[in-house]
Design a protein around this ligand. Structure first.
Ligand code: NAG
Ligand code: NAG
Ligand code: NAG
Length: 245
């Protein structure tokens, strides 16, 4: 290969990495605990570092990992990782690596933190939160475009997402469901996704999803698309197919 070809393919590679950074790897949100007692001790940080490493290793195969580690209860971090249900295991791995690196860089002294990307979510805490619905961490996004018939559209959105909430909660081992629905108007279609962290029971998954769906009319009334991303569950709807696999 001539030097100039090499240079241009390196350039292309760098560009591709840059693009990936811009498109996929800015966190959607992150939050570090900032209460006075939340400064992590050295042994907490050590345990956290090992925990993040093992979560990274475990996560891609199942798209989910949960773990706790430590000498004593005071210095024990609890961690949870979830990839969106439609993400391939290689993209899940990439997201896990980036999330673990970013959460520790963004929140170096925090006993509690959460970071969410398009593809994955990572969270840790010094208290055992497994199996409990997270009401504290919630993030909303919406498409700025308005639909022409918001009343009917909202009704259909809730109908589709409620069906998917039941499916994810009671008929999916991954607590995940995606689907679509025809809209009466024109040839438009509605696409939806519901997903819970797998530490939740079916009943709590349903409760978490119903809560998120119930918020949609308030935060994104008549919008062509929206997401509610929480520490325990997420719902997404759009009028274009956004599911990756
Ligand atoms: C902080 O720690 C002190 C002493 O351990 C305790 O009395 C206090 O309640 C704690 N505050 C919070 C916000 O946890
Ligand atoms: C959508 O509707 C809102 C409220 O009526 C309006 O402020 C906004 O500009 C609309 N957005 C677009 C993209 O037309
Ligand atoms: C679960 O899914 C299977 C296969 O898609 C379907 O046959 C069954 O009726 C579903 N059960 C419930 C409770 O929705």
């Amino acid at each position: 290969m001539s030097p100039s070809r090499l240079t241009s393919s390196l350039y292309l590679l760098a560009f591709a990495l840059l693009l990936q950074n811009v498109l996929g790897y800015d966190p959607l949100f992150r939050k570090c605990s900032s209460t006075t007692n939340s400064t992590a001790t050295r042994s907490y940080k050590t345990s956290l570092s090992v925990l993040m490493g093992s979560i990274n290793q475990l996560a891609p195969a199942e798209g989910f990992a949960l773990g706790s580690l430590g000498q004593n209860n005071l210095d024990r971090p609890y961690g949870l990782f979830l990839c969106r249900g439609d993400v391939s295991s290689s993209d899940c791995r990439t997201c896990a690596v980036i999330a673990a690196r970013e959460i520790r860089k963004s929140c170096p002294n925090s006993k509690r933190a959460i970071i969410a990307y398009d593809n994955c979510l990572l969270k840790y805490s010094d208290t055992d939160f497994f199996g409990q619905i997270d009401y504290e961490n919630k993030f909303y996004m919406w498409n700025v475009n308005n639909v022409s018939n918001p009343v009917l559209f909202t009704e259909k959105t809730i109908e589709l997402l409620s069906q998917l909430a039941t499916k994810a909660s009671y008929n999916s081992t991954k607590l995940y469901a995606a689907g679509e629905m025809d809209l009466p108007e024109g040839s438009m279609k509605l696409y939806g996704m519901t997903h819970c962290t797998r530490d939740l029971s079916s009943a709590d998954c349903k409760k978490c999803l119903d809560g998120a769906i119930g918020e949609l009319p308030r935060i994104a009334y008549g919008k062509e698309g929206a997401r509610v991303i929480g520490g325990s569950c997420m719902v997404i709807y759009e009028i274009y197919p956004f599911v990756k696999a």
